[in-house]
Design a protein around this ligand. Structure first.
Ligand code: NAP
Length: 279
């Protein structure tokens, strides 16, 4: 297929690499000419340009820009699309994107590949990023079955695990397992940085190891992505943060009141609950 990728960064570049390996023809669009040149030089795209004209023959276009300019980018791109072309996005939040883009293009379907890295940009792109990772599609009642079939086929070529759900269900679910962890992880780093004794802070930074590495990873990632999660998924993120605050208050109270049995029983529950998440 002729596959268009708009936004040649970590995600768009990684998709382009895998689709090219599968034998597809890759047409890239990115804001900066230097990104397009790099995509061509690295063999990630067959053709690449900051101009949407390059997508005129694309059979499907993946919108891979930051969430904040996705709708605007789609509006600018649509006049250049072939009338039968499929449009899909990979944004981490679905409801606002799907609500805005569904009326604009009949062959639109929302999507979210649930894989990533702390780094951003084309240089961070890598092969097989999506293997065995969930890829969520959010077909609406008017999504043509041919659109769902085509995108499903491409998701299978990435060797991702396909899930279909409503955009709102997706947003609430990812608030718990993706967006809340980013807020909590960033809060954890911020709490450590509040240590006022610089000798102790330096010692903590030197002693930090696997526990801190695992729990701080998502909070130390792409700042723009973290902001977009909160801004675009505000209601669900707030709901999950309120629930988390309640858990923290309970844990704090058990420790203040030295209720060690209650605290341990809580950890017994969380230890077994963690096994029910696909990790
Ligand atoms: P990224 O590495 O920063 O890549 C985005 C790229 O889009 C940039 O390299 C930029 O390239 C280009 N761009 C920005 N504005 C553009 C525009 N108006 N038109 C064309 N290109 C534009 O970000 P990312 O991590 O790949 O995230 C991209 C999308 O994937 C986001 O919507 C995010 O929600 C979603 N997502 C991210 C992850 C993750 O873990 N990172 C996971 C799942 C989904 P230039 O250098 O040319 O400006």
């Amino acid at each position: 297929m002729k596959i268009g990728i708009v936004g040649l960064g970590l995600m768009g570049g990684s998709l382009a690499m895998d689709f090219r390996t599968q034998g597809h023809w890759i047409l890239g669009v990115s804001r900066q000419p230097s990104t397009c040149d790099a995509a061509l030089a690295q063999g990630i795209a067959h053709d690449a340009s900051p101009e949407f004209q390059v997508l005129a023959e694309a059979e499907i276009v993946f919108l891979c820009t930051p969430l904040g300019n996705m709708v605007k980018t789609a509006q600018s791109l649509i006049p250049y699309l072939h009338p039968q072309a499929i449009l899909t996005d990979i944004g981490s939040v679905k409801a606002p994107i799907v609500e805005a883009l569904t009326p604009l293009w009949p062959n639109f379907i929302g999507g979210h590949p649930m894989a990533g890295k702390a780094e951003q940009g084309l240089l961070a792109a890598q092969h097989d990023l999506f293997v065995d990772r969930p890829y969520v599609l959010t077909p609406g009642e008017n999504t043509p079955s041919s659109v769902l079939e085509t995108v499903t086929g491409l998701v299978q070529q990435l060797r991702s695990q396909l899930y279909c759900c409503q955009p709102q269900e997706h947003d609430q679910a990812v608030a718990w397992i993706s967006h809340l962890p980013v807020m909590v992880s960033a809060g954890l780093i911020g709490a450590g940085q509040s240590e006022t004794n610089t000798d102790i802070l330096k010692l903590a930074q030197s002693l930090s190891s696997s526990g801190f590495r695992d729990t701080s990873r998502v909070g130390g990632g792409n700042p723009e992505l973290g902001r977009m999660m909160a801004e675009y998924n505000r209601t669900a993120v707030l709901q999950s943060l309120y629930a988390y605050r309640q858990q923290l208050a309970q844990i704090t109270q058990w420790i203040e009141q030295e209720q060690w049995t209650d605290l341990e029983a809580f950890f017994v529950n969380t230890q077994s609950a963690r096994n029910r998440y696909s990790l």
